[in-house]
Write a protein that binds this ligand. Structure first.
Ligand code: GLN
Length: 493
């Protein structure tokens, strides 16, 4: 077996049994990254640091002092600040920003021995569902439609992280999810990914998009690998006032394979108009797998679902407009002098530094927060957000978890939606409600479409009950037995 094909759990076993070293794993990952350059997965590569961290892991193995993730290569979404390593948020305005501090989530991974494998590409400031808004150019999905050599999007915004795992370059990567950015790219690339409960992972040192929604989480090929990574990433952090001061359960042991007696809800309102038959079919199949495993599956109602997208696309831009006000050419990153006076410098810097989608969000956000429209839009959206959260609370009085598709489509072709923001936003229809409610959601690969592209199923759970989410996801994963791999067209013979 190739080293790059191993899961994180298998790497941990092999490293402990001295079948291979951390350095060998790191070299295999770096070589795979070199072969895959056409996919544009990395914004910044970190060869030297990768090898240095692997060497430190090997030393700890030699001394019998290995830590839980020692030697496991993990790619970092380039939204996590990494000390001394450029962190761009895929934006021109930050393209020369080298943080002097480390995000808490990445620091937790390094504390446990993980090895940094580069900074992955994303939509600019994590705004997007296709990775096409990156200043550094789009990422290509390793998967292609059967008989069609056109590029497919990997989803977004954590598209580079999804592609790096699907292409078997790294066994795991970090993502962030504000409205679906872990779950939707995981679905598009045929891997697993979990957005934990808001507050489970610290947001400290993550470039902020919409602070009341942003949440970090792992992306990997298996449910167990996601549990292993989340174990390390999660935990209370005094530096983030919204971080939850709760013990972190043992996520991997929650994957028991036994869901007998669990109640699973199928939200009727998620059967949206125009849903492709294949998506409906994979959803029905998923429900049957859970029934076969002994769960009780029943319909539930989330009547506010249809308001989730408009609510999200008010709340997220509002928070973004406020968060992105800090990029003024004075304190961070790019400065363009413009006409020379202060206002001219602000305008020139922001006009040049932000891409089109980011500018659109700042304008929408500023508008909905403006004195004349605040009540009509922002306040109203906040109220609806509470109602959406209440929908979930009520549903979770009847059931232990919910099952939905992750996205309403397979990975679309590059350029297919980038000219039409509304159709792009509609792709988030199944992921956004859980973000607004702050509850955990996980995408698991469930099968291939008729076009040979991956489809994902989403499991939603109660706040701070990632354990049930993992348990249900583990059963789906077993039933789906998703073993397909993308054809490595990017490797030249
Ligand atoms: N696609 C959504 C957006 O564009 C979600 C992005 C995210 O979760 N970061 O806002």
């Amino acid at each position: 077996m190739e080293l790059n094909d191993l899961t994180i759990a298998e790497m941990q076993d092999g490293l402990r049994a001295r079948k291979f070293s951390a350095t060998e794993l790191a070299k295999a990952a770096l070589a795979a990254a070199d072969r895959a350059k056409v996919m544009n997965i990395f914004i910044t590569e970190t060869h030297e640091r990768t090898l240095a961290m692997a060497a430190e892991s090997d030393q700890r193995f030699a001394k019998g002092m290995a830590r839980p993730l020692d030697g496991v290569p993990v790619a970092m979404k380039d939204l996590f600040c990494t000390k001394g390593v450029r962190t761009t948020a895929a934006s021109h305005i930050l393209d020369a920003f080298v943080p002097t501090y480390e995000s808490t989530v990445s620091a937790n991974l390094w504390r446990d021995g993980a090895v940094l494998l580069g900074k992955t590409n994303l939509d600019e400031f994590a705004m997007g569902s296709s990775n096409e808004t990156s200043f550094f150019g789009p990422v290509e999905n390793p998967w292609r439609k059967l008989g069609d050599a056109r590029s497919r999007v990997p989803g977004g915004s954590s598209g580079g992280s999804a592609a790096v795992v699907a292409a078997r370059i790294a066994p795991g990567a970090t993502g962030t999810d504000t409205g679906g950015s872990i779950r939707q790219p995981a679905a598009f690339c045929g891997i697993a990914g979990i957005k934990p409960t808001y507050g489970r992972c610290s947001r400290w040192g993550i470039v902020a998009f919409a602070s009341s929604l942003d949440q970090a989480g792992p992306m990997a090929r298996t449910v167990r690998d996601c549990a292993i990574l989340l174990q390390s990433m999660a935990g209370y952090d005094a530096k983030d006032s919204t971080s939850a001061d709760l013990p972190v359960p043992d996520f991997a042991t929650a994957i028991t394979g036994d869901i007998r007696g669990l109640k699973i809800g199928i939200p009727t309102e998620y059967r949206v108009d125009g849903m492709p038959a294949e998506i409906a079919a994979v959803w029905d199949r998923g429900a049957q797998w859970l029934r076969d495993a002994g769960a009780e599956v029943r319909p539930v109602h989330l009547p506010m679902t249809k308001y989730a997208l408009p609510t999200y696309y008010i709340v997220a831009p509002a928070e973004a407009s406020s968060n992105l006000a800090r990029y003024d050419g004075v304190r961070f990153g790019l400065r363009v002098p413009g006409t020379g006076d202060l206002t001219g410098m602000y305008e020139a810097t922001r006009g040049e530094g932000f891409g089109k989608e980011v500018r659109r969000r700042i304008l929408i956000g500023t508008y909905v927060l403006s004195a004349g429209y605040y009540d009509a839009y922002y306040l109203k959206a906040q109220r609806v957000r509470s109602l959406i959260a209440r929908d979930f609370q009520k549903a979770f009085e009847q059931v232990d978890a919910l099952l939905t598709p992750t996205a309403p489509s397979e990975a679309f072709a590059r350029g297919e939606k980038s000219g039409d923001p509304i159709s792009m936003y509609l792709n988030d229809v199944f992921t956004v409600p859980a973000s607004l409610a702050g509850i955990p959601g996980m995408s698991v690969p469930a099968g291939l479409s008729g076009n040979g592209l991956p489809l994902g199923l989403q499991v939603l759970g109660r706040a701070y009950d990632e354990e049930t989410v993992f348990r249900v996801a583990g059963v789906l994963e077993q039933a789906a037995a998703f073993a397909a791999k993308p054809e490595p067209w990017w490797v030249k013979p």
